[in-house]
Design a protein around this ligand. Sequence first.
Ligand SMILES: [Zn+2]
Length: 447
Amino acid sequence: MEIEIATIGGYEEVGRQMTAVRAGDDIVVFDMGLNLSNVLIHDDIRTEQMHSLDLIDMGAIPDDRIMNDLEGDVQAIVPTHGHLDHIGAISKLAHRYDAPIVAAPFTLDLVKEEIQDEGKFQVQNDLIEMDAGETMPIGDRCELEFVNVTHSIINAINPVLHTPEGAIVYGLDKRIDHTPVIGDPIDMKRFREIGREGQGVLCYIEDCTNANKKGRTPSEAVARSQLRDVMRSLEDYDGGIVATTFSSHIARVTSLVEFAEEIGRQPVLLGRSMEKYSGTAERIGAATFPNDLGMYGHRKSVDRAFKRIMNEGKENFLPVVTGHQGEPRAMLTRMGRGETPYELDDGDKVIFSARVIPEPTNEGQRYQSERLLGMQGARIYDDVHVSGHLSQEGHYTMLDALQPQHVVPAHQSMKGFSGYVDLAAKQGYNLDRDLHVTSNGNVIQLV
Ligand SMILES: [Zn+2]
């Protein structure tokens, strides 16, 4: 059986992920993501109304015209998890394929919301929910399996396409976490089995976000304990404390809510995306929050909540807000500019339970946000966080578990791949033979 891999997007950047695997006449598409930074550099752009081709030209979504070169039918579109760089282009591209979107429950709900918000295209693909550990047939001779993995969003999976020539493991995005706070630990046992059963692993496509980092990415339990340490140290502070993190990081938001109560403060989630992700997680039963937890998304209800906090005394509350990257229109940045009813005083605390995504736009915006907060006297607790992506020892462990015949580094730029190329070369892979460093818009012929 002929096996080809089309590296469509996310092979020159972190963002707009999309990969297609053709096995005989059947094609499976993994991820259809958005490169948000290529959208944000344009002022006030509304992608909901934009055409795919314009977004492709901007470098915002994958250029999927290369799909015409693959001879076969798309049988499934499979987003691995709910981050926008993996699902953000579904509303712009999926309608071109006569295939269902297959995803884990939380991911599928976020995909539904993307489709509902879309203003230009009608996405009417079937939506199929599939849990980790489950499988579905692809054509007559292949099978799709979801393996549970751990990442900075709940319900992440790594899809595996079992073909007569061996398994194709699509390894984006994950870290190896045995104590993930919410959800099950990564299923390393299953990865080891897949590496050894039948024809073994024909190809492994790997998340190289942190491939240049030595050592091991710690568990979410470590971030949780760092966060508890910071918050317990502020237990006696009788002024304002504000926290921010990735809205989609449900485990972290849960920890913030829990520790707020532990130090006698009422947590309140503020900002559109805070309300969206936590609301969705609660609705599908993936997370449980206290009954009286306030979640406010709309500008007016957020301002009302801030007024209540100021009236009842900000020492009684922990607002958890958007704006961890210093996004100009996010809640924390607005607070820094004095645009909300919440007043920061000298000595008030701001906890960033996030890392700055190392990219000039983010770095600049975050710098400005911190300066604005600092000018009002706020004390900053930065980087109370661990990454959701494997570092080098995790990559080593995965190669050891899967023993793939071919590897394809993904989810980075050429510079970002270098750490992985080094590591794979030391494990006996060769650039001319079975280690495929590639870019967007290429097709690799494996069999
Ligand atoms: Zn991700």
